[in-house]
Design a protein around this ligand. Structure first.
Ligand code: PMV
Length: 353
């Protein structure tokens, strides 16, 4: 190995979890600036592990200087997307043009479940890039600036990914009422969360694993000129204030009200855009109704939220774990594709390996 190359060879690994938004980001301005602030809970079991190996780019090397492997297979489609992304951040990370990168990535959750993986995948990649940047003079891993850099890089790759670089609850999007918030990067919630929200479980109920009719990119674009865009953004801001208030006072009823309204609001926007579309499946509605019934009948504070898809994230406090699991197996299982659900919970955030 040439002496100078010693400094540009290495290996970095991160595992980074997915997150579920309680107040949703839906609609954006260039470059990946959210139209409204959002608040999410970082998950634990649903994560991506990415390893970045780097070395000097050969003088005679053509192409992108990148190889991408997903679950031990070469993935030219993803490779092209990542190469385009790396190109777009070339000015921020100029050392990339001197390097050859080999990325290998795997998810813990089966990708045939229709669970969005862009938040975990892009945050894992960008934590690797931020760590690489530290080796070229960028902020040190573990520092505040490091996580902000990783969050900003993640945002540029896939908006909601910027919230996955921290554990617990995270806010992305500037709000004059909440100090430290930014459109550029996410921050951990800057207040003490009441203990009733410390151990929230997320049963991800897989209704359908079919590919979505409209991508999130297409959905965000349909918010431009959407007849309800302005009232929606106002409502999201109100929900942020109400939810952050409820999280500090321990108001579970208010937490449930906002979380469920947000989920239905997201889908109502899809159904009422100029080109309308529906991502619900019959099972989605049956589960929503069953959750509301169960809550009323038993007093167990279960609630639902939804991503841009038909699968239901059912949230509940950990102390009700046994009751809720039994109920899933007894009643909800009939609505699930191949009986599939993922047992997840609030997580501590990414880990460097
Ligand atoms: O990060 P994107 O572009 O995939 O958009 C995600 C949008 C939602 O998942 C529907 C909501 C959110 O805030 O995560």
């Amino acid at each position: 190995m040439a002496e100078k190359d010693k400094y540009i060879r290495g290996r970095i690994s991160w595992r980074s979890p997915s997150n579920i938004a309680l107040v949703k980001y839906w609609g954006k301005k260039p470059v990946q600036i959210p139209a409204n602030p959002s608040l999410s809970m970082t998950l634990s079991n649903a994560y991506t592990k990415t390893t970045l190996e780097y070395g000097p780019r050969r003088k005679d090397e053509n192409g992108t200087g990148l190889e991408f492997w997903f679950e031990d297979r070469k993935q030219p489609g993803f490779e092209k997307k990542i190469a385009d992304y790396l190109d777009s951040i070339q000015q921020e990370l100029p050392f990339l043009s001197d390097l050859h990168l080999v990325l290998s990535s795997r998810n813990t959750f089966p990708h045939s479940t229709g669970i969005a993986s862009s938040a975990s995948a892009m945050s894992a990649l960008c934590l690797c890039l931020a760590t690489l940047s530290a080796r070229f003079g960028g902020p040190e891993p573990g520092s505040l600036d490091f996580f902000r850099t990783a969050s900003r890089l993640s945002r540029l790759a896939s908006g909601s990914a910027c919230r996955s670089v921290y554990g617990g609850y995270t806010i992305w999007g500037e709000m004059k009422e909440i100090k430290g918030t930014s459109d550029e990067f996410a921050i951990p919630v800057p207040f003490n969360v009441d203990p009733v929200f410390h151990d929230i479980r997320d049963a991800i109920l897989v209704v359908s694993s079919r590919e979505k009719l409209v991508s999130s990119r297409g959905g965000h674009a349909l918010m431009e000129g959407h007849p309800y865009a302005l009232p929606r953004y106002r409502m999201a801001n109100d929900h942020m204030m109400q939810l952050t208030g409820a999280m500090q006072t321990g108001d579970m009823d208010e937490f449930i009200r906002i979380t469920e309204t947000e989920a239905l609001n997201l889908h109502a926007l899809m159904m009422s855009s100029v080109q309308s579309y529906i991502l619900f499946e019959p099972g989605t509605i049956q589960i929503i109704n069953a959750i509301r019934r169960f809550r009323k009948d038993t007093g167990v504070p279960v609630c639902f939220t939804l991503d841009a898809g038909p699968n239901v994230h059912m949230l509940y406090p950990g102390k009700h774990e046994t009751t809720v699991r039994q109920w899933i197996e007894a009643e909800l299982i009939q609505y699930l594709e191949n009986g599939q659900w993922i047992d997840d919970h609030i997580g501590q955030g990414p880990v460097m390996r």
